[in-house]
Ligand binder design. Structure first.
Ligand code: URA
Length: 207
């Protein structure tokens, strides 16, 4: 309950923040279970998301729903949001200053929800957590980030354009239930590894 009222307070603060860019568009804050174990972070809302003020409800969203369904999960049991919470005009890529302006709100959303796993969809969302990351190299791998599991995945829009990307995205989703099941064990191993060199600790592909 506290999480949902904290999220509502944050949503209100975001809505009232006149310093933010893209204020001509609707606010798409995010939705799902405030106590979700898994948080999905996309790039920015598109046309349909702006219209409905809900994340991932267009073609990419339908694919995301299908991927969740295929692993036996329901959309309402995870939490879905974006780095940038308003639609950039003509769906252009978000600008660095737009990403920078909305990032503190994403950070606060993450700390309220406190998920075990953060899944980033596409390179923009990935670069928030892993600025040096490369989506083609890192997608589908499992990393630790601030004591959470971080898993970069391809963006569903890219999977709609390429069958090989779609296959990779499916494989990434298949890993999620296994990670949840093994989470406590993985965390223990990770904590035991705390003295290990940085590159081993963070860059390990767990599956
Ligand atoms: N693409 C995104 O990155 N986010 C959405 O909410 C919809 C499409």
């Amino acid at each position: 309950m506290a999480k949902s009222s904290n999220l509502e307070d944050l949503r209100q603060e975001l809505a009232d923040d006149r310093s933010l860019p893209l204020r001509g568009a609707n606010l798409v804050f995010g939705e799902g279970d405030p106590s979700a174990k898994v948080l999905f972070v996309g790039e920015a809302p598109g046309f349909h998301e702006d219209q409905q003020q809900r994340p991932f409800v267009g073609r990419s969203g339908k694919l995301l729903d299908k991927m969740l369904e295929d692993i036996g999960w329901k959309r309402e049991n995870v939490y879905i949001t974006n780095v940038v919470k308003r639609r950039p005009p003509e769906n252009r890529d978000p600008l660095p200053e737009e990403i920078a302006a909305y990032t503190p709100y994403l950070e606060r959303q993450i700390s309220i929800i406190d998920p075990k796993i953060i899944v980033t969809l596409g390179r923009f969302a990935m670069s928030h957590i892993s600025p040096q990351g490369k989506i083609s190299r890192d997608q589908g791998k499992v990393f630790w980030w601030k004591e959470r599991i971080f898993m970069p995945m391809y963006h569903p829009a890219a999977a709609l354009r390429s069958t090989s990307v779609l296959e990779d995205l499916k494989k990434s989703f298949q890993k999620l239930p296994k990670i949840i099941k093994k989470y406590d064990e993985l965390k223990k191993e990770h904590l035991n590894d705390v003295g290990a060199p940085e590159e081993e600790k963070n860059q390990e592909a767990l599956f």
